[in-house]
Ligand binder design. Structure first.
Ligand code: GLC
Length: 798
C-alpha cells in the first residue's frame, strides 16, 4: 500500500509569523501565535481560507529564529523549539533547552480517504488529561474517545458519546507539560494509547489537520494559554451561583409559586427556579401555555418579590404549524437548515415535526436572539438551551447532506453538528445580553464546542440517580474545567431513576461545591425537592446550601479568577500537584479544589468512612478544625452529613452571613478565615455589583490578602484598580491553627486580645438537634479578631 502521510519537503516559504511548506503530498503551515503557541495546519491539497468558531486570538508579533540545515528546519521562539524533518516532513517540539516535549510518530500526519490523523510518539510514563465532557478516568492514558455530540439520555457511566466536544488535552511526562488543541468540528477521535503502546493520536473524518501546540511549564500556564486562544467566561450573574431548583416540569404557575414559597418557609436558600418544556403552548418555542401560565408577567413578578429568578428552557426545534410566528418567519426568510434541494430539513422532537434554525447564519442568530424580547419584558432572566446536538426522535440521525451556512462558507451537517449547540447558545447569549439593559443573563447549554465558555454555562445532561454517576459527575466537571468551561454542573440527585434519600443527601453536599448547583429531575420520577427526602436530608440540604451562601464572597472571587485567568472554579488536584502520583490514583481522582483554598473529597452515599489523599501542605478539616499534615492518605469518617472537606494551610477564605438568596443583603461584616500553614500565599478578593457588566468598565473592587508566615504577618490591602464600594464595612478575622501565637497577635501594631471561640459553620440549625450540632463546631482553637477595618490596609502580626 502506498504511503499516505505527509511526504517529503519540496519547498519552504518563510512568512511573517512562520512558514508554508509544500510537500510531495500536500501543504502545511506553521503559525507562531506567541512564544508558547505554535499552530500547525496540514492539508492534502490547498489550505482553505481560515475560519474558526473556537479561536478568537490572532498571532501576536513574536520573535523567532528560523534555520535550515540539511534535512532539518528549526523554528525557535524564546520558549519552544520546533524541529521539522524534511524527508519525510515530521514535527518535533522541544523546550528552549532541548528537552523533548512532543514528537510525531513515524506515521506523522496521515490520511485514509478524507479522514486525517496525526500520530504522536507515546512518551515513557506519559499521562493525558482533558477532552471536557468525557467519561473515563482523570488520566486518559489507555483510553480512546470520539467527539460526536449526541443526545444520550440515561447514559452509562462509561458511555463515550455525550453531548459536547472539547478537542483539547494536556500531555504530561518527565516533568514536562504541553497542550494540544485540535480545532476541527468533524467527528473526531483521540487515542491515548488505547490498546497500543506506541502512539497517541488525534484525527477527524474530514477537514484539515489543524492543531495548536501549547507549551507551558505548568498546567496552569497551559490553561491560561488555551483560554487566551478560545476565550474566558464572563462573570455570570451572582444569582446563578446560588442554589437552583429544576424539574421536568413545574406547572401550572401556582405550583411554581408554591415551590418557591416552600423554600422560603423552610429557610432553604434559593435563587433560581426553572421552567421546563411544559410552560410552552404545544412545545412551541417563544410561547406560553395559555392555561398553565395565563399571566406569566404576574407570576414572574411574584417570584421576583420572593427574590427568585426564572430560567426557561428553549429547544432548537420550531414546530411546523401554519400561523405559528417563528415557523412562518423562519420558512419565509430561509432561516432553517436545509436539504441540498432547498427543502427545509424536518425531524420530530417534543412538538412533533420541526424545522431547525441555522445558528451558523448571522441573520438567524440575530433573529433568534431578538425573539426573547417579550420573555425578557415578562421578567425571564435565564435561558436554558437544550436538545441542541441536534436531538430528534429515532436517534437524532440527521442526514450528512443537510446544509448549514457556516457564516457564509457553507458546511455539511458532518462538519457543523459538533458546533451547532455552541452557536445556539451564542445566539441566545448575544441576543439576551443585548436586550437586558446591561444586566447579565444566565445561559445554560447541553451541547457545546470549544470556546463556548464565552457564551454559556454547561451541564452534563441526563445522568442517572446512582453513586457512580455522582462520582462521574465530579470527574466531568473537573474535566470541563480544564477545557475552558469553568461554569459547569450536573443534575444534582440524578435526573433519571429513583433517588434514595441517602443519595440525595450526599449529592446535595457535593453539589454545594460545584460551580453550577442545580437539582433537576425527569418527569415520571420521584419528586426531588430537598424536603421530599425526610427531615434529616432536609436538614443536610439546608445546612450545605446555607454554607454555599456563606461562601459566596469566596465563590464569587473564584469566578472572577476564572474570568481573568482561565483557572477553573473546580480544579482537579493534578493542576497543582502534577507530579504527585497519589493524586492520579483512581481512588482519589475525583478529589478537587473548590476555588484556591478548599479541597473536596467526594464520597459515595453508602460509605461512612473513607480514604482521602491530602497532598503536600497542611490541611484543616473544614468542619471541626482537626489538623493534618499533607502527603498522606488518611481514613476519615464521613456520615451523610459530613462530606470530607478541607481548608488548605496558609489559605484565606472570605465568608458572609447566611442569606436566603443573593438578592438579600448579608450583614456588613466580611469574615476572613485564615488557616495557618508553613507556606506563604496570596489571595485575591473580588467584588462587583453581581448583576451588570459594569465590571467590564472597571466598576469592581479587588483586595489583595496575603499570609506570610516567615514574616509573621497577614496583610489585607485594598487595590486601587477598581472603583466599586464593598458591601462589607467591617472585617472579622478568624484565625485557625494560630494557637501557639495567640497572645502575641497585633492588629496594625496594637496588641489584640483575640478570643478563642467556637465557630458554628451551620448556624442555621437548631442547637438541640444532636445530628448536626456536635460534629459541626470548630474546635476551640479558632481565634476571632474583630474590628479589622474594611477598605483600609491592615497588618496582622505576631
Ligand atoms: C432533555 C434534557 C432534560 C429536560 C428534558 C425535557 O432530556 O436533558 O434536562 O428536562 O429534555 O425538556
Amino acid at each position: 500500500m502506498p504511503d499516505s502521510s505527509l511526504g517529503s519537503l519540496k519547498k519552504m516559504k518563510k512568512t511573517d509569523n512562520g512558514m508554508i511548506l509544500e510537500t510531495s503530498f500536500g501543504k502545511a503551515q506553521v503559525i507562531v501565535y506567541n512564544a508558547n503557541i505554535i499552530r500547525i495546519r496540514i492539508a492534502k491539497g490547498v489550505l482553505e481560507p481560515d475560519f474558526s468558531y473556537a479561536v478568537i486570538a490572532t498571532p501576536e508579533k513574536t520573535n523567532f529564529i528560523l534555520t535550515e540545515t540539511k534535512g532539518l528546519i528549526t523554528l525557535a521562539t524564546d520558549s519552544v523549539k520546533l524541529e521539522i524533518s524534511t524527508s519525510p516532513v515530521r514535527f518535533k517540539f522541544l523546550t528552549a533547552d532541548n528537552r523533548l516535549v512532543n514528537q510525531d510518530d513515524t506515521f506523522g500526519t496521515n490520511w485514509v480517504g478524507d479522514e486525517v490523523t496525526t500520530y504522536k510518539k507515546l512518551q515513557e510514563g506519559e499521562k493525558f488529561i482533558g477532552l471536557g465532557e468525557k467519561t473515563g478516568n482523570l488520566d486518559r492514558r489507555g483510553e480512546a474517545h470520539t467527539n460526536w455530540n449526541t443526545d444520550n439520555p440515561a447514559y452509562q457511566v462509561d458511555d463515550d458519546d455525550l453531548y459536547s466536544t472539547f478537542p483539547f488535552y494536556i500531555g504530561i511526562h518527565h516533568g514536562l507539560t504541553y497542550g494540544i488543541f485540535f480545532d476541527n468540528t468533524y467527528r473526531s477521535t483521540f487515542n491515548f494509547g488505547a490498546s497500543n503502546d506506541r502512539f497517541s493520536s488525534f484525527g477527524a473524518e474530514g477537514g484539515e489537520m489543524n492543531y495548536y501546540f501549547i507549551y507551558g511549564s505548568t498546567i496552569r500556564q497551559i490553561l491560561s494559554q488555551y483560554t487566551s486562544l478560545t476565550g474566558h467566561i464572563h462573570i455570570p450573574p451572582i444569582w446563578s451561583m446560588g442554589f437552583q431548583q429544576c424539574r421536568w416540569s413545574y406547572f401550572p404557575d401556582t405550583e411554581v409559586l408554591s415551590i418557591a414559597r416552600t423554600f422560603r418557609e423552610k429557610k432553604i436558600p434559593l435563587d433560581v427556579i426553572y421552567l421546563d418544556i411544559h410552560y410552552m403552548d404545544a412545545y412551541k418555542i417563544f410561547t406560553w401555555n395559555p392555561e398553565r401560565f395565563s399571566k406569566p408577567a404576574e407570576m414572574l413578578g411574584k417570584l421576583k418579590d420572593m427574590n427568585v429568578h426564572t430560567t426557561v428552557i428553549v429547544d432548537p426545534g420550531i414546530k411546523v404549524e401554519k400561523g405559528y410566528k417563528a415557523f412562518e418567519e423562519g420558512v419565509k426568510q430561509n432561516y432553517f437548515i436545509k436539504y441540498p434541494d432547498g427543502q427545509d430539513y424536518t425531524a420530530q422532537v417534543w412538538p412533533g415535526w420541526c424545522h431547525f434554525p441555522d445558528f451558523t447564519k448571522p441573520v438567524v442568530r440575530k433573529w433568534w436572539g431578538n425573539n426573547f424580547a417579550p420573555m425578557i419584558n415578562d421578567g425571564v432572566e435565564g435561558f436554558w438551551t437544550d436538545m441542541n446536538e441536534i436531538a430528534s426522535w429515532g436517534g437524532g440521525f440527521t442526514p450528512s447532506i443537510v446544509q448549514l451556512n457556516w457564516d457564509g462558507r457553507f458546511a455539511s451537517y458532518r462538519q457543523a453538528k459538533n458546533a451547532y449547540g455552541m452557536q445556539m447558545s451564542r445566539s441566545t447569549y448575544e441576543g439576551t445580553r443585548s436586550l437586558m439593559n446591561g444586566k447579565r443573563p444566565l445561559t445554560l447549554t447541553r451541547a457545546s464546542y470549544a470556546g463556548a465558555q464565552r457564551y454559556t454555562a454547561i451541564w452534563t445532561g441526563d445522568n442517572v440517580a446512582s453513586d457512580a454517576h455522582m462520582m462521574l459527575g465530579c470527574r466531568l466537571v473537573n474535566s470541563l474545567g480544564i477545557s475552558g468551561m469553568a461554569f459547569a454542573g450536573v443534575d444534582v440527585g440524578g435526573f433519571m431513576g429513583e433517588t434514595s434519600a441517602k443519595l440525595f443527601g450526599r449529592w446535595i453536599t457535593v453539589g454545594a461545591f460545584t460551580p453550577f448547583f442545580r437539582v433537576h429531575k425527569a418527569s415520571n420520577e420521584n419528586s426531588s425537592e430537598p424536603w421530599t427526602y425526610g427531615e434529616s436530608v432536609e436538614n443536610i440540604s439546608r445546612n450545605y446550601i446555607s454554607l454555599r451562601y456563606r461562601l459566596m464572597p469566596y465563590l464569587y472571587s473564584a469566578f472572577a479568577e476564572a474570568h481573568k485567568t482561565g483557572i477553573p472554579v473546580n480544579r482537579t488536584m493534578v493542576i497543582d500537584n502534577t507530579l504527585d502520583e497519589n493524586c492520579w490514583k483512581k481512588d482519589y481522582q475525583q478529589q478537587f479544589m473548590f476555588g484556591p483554598s478548599i479541597m473536596v473529597a467526594p464520597v459515595e452515599s453508602t460509605r461512612e468512612i473513607t480514604k482521602v489523599y491530602l497532598p503536600k501542605g497542611q490541611w484543616f478539616d473544614f468542619f471541626n478544625g482537626k489538623q493534618y499534615e499533607g502527603e498522606k492518605e488518611i481514613l476519615i469518617e464521613c456520615p451523610l452529613d459530613k462530606l470530607p472537606v478541607f481548608a488548605k494551610g496558609g489559605c484565606i477564605i472570605p465568608m458572609q452571613t447566611i442569606v436566603q438568596s443573593t438578592s438579600e443583603k448579608p450583614s456588613d461584616t466580611l469574615f476572613i478565615h485564615v488557616y495557618y500553614g508553613n507556606e506563604a500565599s496570596d489571595y485575591n478578593y473580588y467584588e462587583d455589583d453581581g448583576l451588570t457588566y459594569s465590571y467590564e468598565n472597571g466598576t469592581f473592587l479587588e483586595s489583595k490578602m496575603s499570609f506570610q508566615p516567615a514574616d509573621r504577618k497577614i496583610v489585607i490591602e485594598p487595590l486601587a484598580s477598581g472603583k466599586f464600594t464593598s458591601k462589607f464595612n467591617t472585617i472579622v478575622l478568624i484565625l485557625h491553627g494560630f494557637e501557639a501565637v495567640a497572645n502575641q497577635v497585633k492588629v496594625n501594631g496594637k496588641v489584640s486580645q483575640p478570643k478563642a471561640t467556637a465557630i458554628d459553620l451551620f448556624n442555621s440549625i437548631k442547637p438541640d438537634d444532636p445530628l448536626w450540632f456536635d460534629s459541626r463546631k470548630m474546635d476551640q482553637q479558632v481565634m476571632v479578631i474583630n474590628n479589622v477595618k474594611a477598605g483600609e490596609k491592615n497588618e496582622i502580626t505576631w
